[in-house]
Design a protein around this ligand. Structure first.
Ligand code: GDP
Ligand code: MG
Length: 374
């Protein structure tokens, strides 16, 4: 079946793209003019406007012209390539999330890099046994849920940190529930193995009680004791991440039209708005034009977490991008448009949709922040 693209669908409904975008927003769907929406949602909208949805290729009723080469589909399995896992770190307060992220960041910078990562930009990449792993640099599920709120699923694996001297605590269970809802794979890092009173078996027992049977007890949940303080077993943990990634067969098409998720954005003095994006499919390149809700960006420069310029970013790569017309919100999806002009037009359409939506709502829920909500 052909994709249902917002712009084309709007024309069929006799509406302006921004009106449809606005209607989709009300349903909690954040799509740009050139994005496709799901059939079930299109059906619902069509019915609301008194239409029945009938999806077919344009000219399906005509005989297929002979030997017409079919354009390859973006999600054709043959075009999929392995991509690094995107990992977040969750767990109870003081169980060592920040220490673990620091330890990984400082000890495992991508080969060829001298020194650590100086600037916090929301995500970083490390290398282990020639394979890359992307870490979300903001621990805890607040940042993670902010991204999820917008519907973006950026994380593949959650490392659940449990202090061996404390065991599962309320926020550990909350994080666990959260990770399960988000459908991400869970690896347990039993931290503080060096601490007095550390009891690794008790944590494993608690894992078992929560249907997270440790692999060495005959289950399927990968786990390892670590010490974020002393740097013990960090490599082992990274190898478990790679193992889990292999089991999950994480793939993306690096030649697709590039798309990514904003993980962090800020206005930097002398630089204007910048945003850290994790590429989800395709390969982002300098010179591309991006749309993200009401904002657009002609990618003038991209940098890695060391502030080093990069020319292209394949799937799962975090890059900081300069040249935005405004500050995109974290969790928002950005897509590559045909050119800067098209990107600007799409962004304006999105801005109009947001305004229309704000105007349709009672005053209490409207406000300046509404314009940022795409
Ligand atoms: P977060 O709240 O989960 O981010 O935890 P932090 O990383 O801030 O760590 C909380 C406290 O636990 C700090 O005082 C750390 O030094 C300490 N800590 C973290 N990891 C370890 C560890 O592996 N062993 C010991 N003994 N202490 C740790
Ligand atoms: Mg912390």
């Amino acid at each position: 079946k052909p994709p249902i693209v917002v712009r084309d669908f709007a024309i069929l409904l006799g509406k302006k793209p921004f009106q449809l975008i606005s209607e989709l927003m009300e349903m909690g769907i954040f799509a740009s003019m050139n994005q496709a929406i799901e059939e079930a949602n299109a059906k619902q909208i069509a019915e609301r406007h008194g239409f029945t949805l009938d999806i077919r290729h344009r000219g399906d009723d005509k005989p297929e012209p002979k030997k017409k080469a079919k354009a390859p589909r973006e999600d054709d399995p043959a075009l999929m390539e392995e991509r690094p896992p995107v990992v977040c770190v969750l767990g109870h307060v003081d169980h060592g999330k920040t220490s673990l992220l620091d330890q990984i960041r400082n000890a495992h910078v991508v080969s060829g890099e001298a020194g650590g990562i100086t600037q916090h930009v929301g995500a970083y990449q490390v290398e282990r046994k020639g394979k890359k792993i992307t870490f979300l640099d903001t621990p805890g599920h607040a940042a993670f849920s902010k991204i999820r709120e917008r519907g973006a699923n950026v994380t593949d694996i959650a490392i659940l940190v449990v202090a061996a001297d404390d065991g599962f605590m309320p926020q550990t269970d909350e994080a666990l529930k959260f990770a399960r809802n988000a459908n991400v794979e869970i690896i347990v890092a039993i931290n503080k193995m060096d601490a007095k009173g550390a009891n690794i078996d008790r944590v494993k027992q608690q894992m078992q009680e929560r249907d997270l049977m440790p692999e060495d007890w005959g289950g399927t949940t990968l786990c390892t004791p670590v010490s974020a303080l002393e740097g013990t077993n960090i490599n082992e943990l990274l190898e478990l991440v790679l193992l889990q990634a292999e089991v999950s067969e994480l793939k993306a098409n690096p030649k697709a039209v590039a798309e990514g998720v904003i993980v962090e954005s800020q206005v930097e003095q002398g630089r204007g708005p910048t945003a850290t994006v994790i590429v989800q499919k395709g390969t982002l390149k300098v010179g591309d034009a991006l749309v993200c809700g009401p904002h657009y960006c002609k990618v003038r420069a991209m940098m890695d977490e060391h502030g080093k310029p990069v020319k292209s970013a394949p799937p799962s790569t975090p890059v900081r991008i300069m040249g935005w017309s405004g500050t995109p919100v974290s969790g928002a999806v950005c897509t590559v448009a045909k050119n800067e002009k098209a990107a600007k037009a799409e962004a304006e359409e999105n801005a109009q949709a947001l305004k229309a939506r704000a105007a349709a709502k009672p005053a209490v829920t409207t406000g300046a922040t509404d314009l940022d909500s795409l």
